[in-house]
Design a protein around this ligand. Structure first.
Ligand code: HEC
Length: 137
């Protein structure tokens, strides 16, 4: 939902840019200001990201224990992403039981119960969950 709102915002921003494009902007020296190309790249949403969000909130049931910024039963997604980035570790491997817990090993047993779900997923689905979680900062 958050993502959808975000892309709507980007879209609206894009539209408002188009609307005033007949006015040529100039900088302090009277030179025409370069068209911004940012908008085009911002709207390109990684399909794995959307899929990851769907799995995270849906059949993965991950939201039951993981919220974006606050620790509930499990660590905040932001904190997990930060540590995985620092260590260059792979969430896809972890949820396929191919890695060690590096965030909160003392609570590993609680997380482990989810491997029944994540190990039954395809490699692409596990990768999508990784892409989604790593998009938090
Ligand atoms: C029943 C609650 C619960 C659910 C549901 C849950 N988790 Fe967790 N998760 C935890 C707890 C508790 C930890 C902290 C223990 C740990 O770090 O291993 C954790 C830790 C993690 C970590 C960090 C592991 C590390 O290296 O320490 C990742 C990644 C993760 N969860 C992903 C997921 C994903 C993806 C899902 C959904 C498929 C999910 N979790 C569902 C409770 C849960």
């Amino acid at each position: 939902m958050k993502l959808i709102l975000k892309s709507l915002g980007v879209l609206a921003f894009g539209l408002s840019l188009t609307n005033c494009s007949d006015k040529k902007e100039t900088d302090a020296y009277g030179n025409p200001v370069q068209e911004k190309t940012e908008v085009a790249t911002e709207t390109t949403v990684d399909p794995l990201l959307a899929k990851g969000q769907e799995l995270f909130e849906g059949k993965g049931t991950c939201t039951a224990c993981h919220k974006p910024d606050t620790k509930v039963i499990g660590p905040a997604i932001k904190d997990i992403a930060k540590i995985y980035k620092e260590k260059g570790a792979s969430i896809a491997a972890f949820i396929n039981e191919e890695g060690e817990p590096i965030v909160d090993p003392s609570q590993y047993e609680t997380m482990k119960t989810n491997f029944a779900i994540t190990k039954a997923m395809t490699a692409e689905e596990r990768k999508a969950l990784e892409v989604y979680m790593m998009s938090f900062e």
